[in-house]
Design a protein around this ligand. Structure first.
Ligand SMILES: [Zn+2]
Length: 84
């Protein structure tokens, strides 16, 4: 996996939010291993919530769900895995 990209920084009241998404354009199904680039949906995961220099910092990672294209596979959709 190619890790994540920070696409924007937002200052809210009392916190800094880093908006990030996965760098890869496709994911591999954890069940059958087949690669898929067909995005089924997205959701936001708040991963890190810590204080940097006294300011609360949140990492908001947009995670894509891919549709597994392998018809024999039981996994219909799967979430992308973001690793370094
Ligand atoms: Zn699969």
């Amino acid at each position: 996996m190619a890790g994540i990209v920070v696409k924007g920084v937002e200052r809210t009241l009392g916190a800094v939010v880093l908006h990030a998404w996965g760098r890869s354009t496709e994911g591999a199904c954890p069940r059958c291993g087949e690669a898929s680039g067909r995005v089924h949906g997205r959701y936001v995961r708040r991963l890190a919530d810590c204080a940097l220099g006294g300011t609360r910092t949140v990492l908001a990672l947009t995670v894509r769900r891919f549709k597994c294209l392998n018809r024999a596979c039981e996994a219909v959709t799967f979430a992308e895995q973001c690793r370094d």
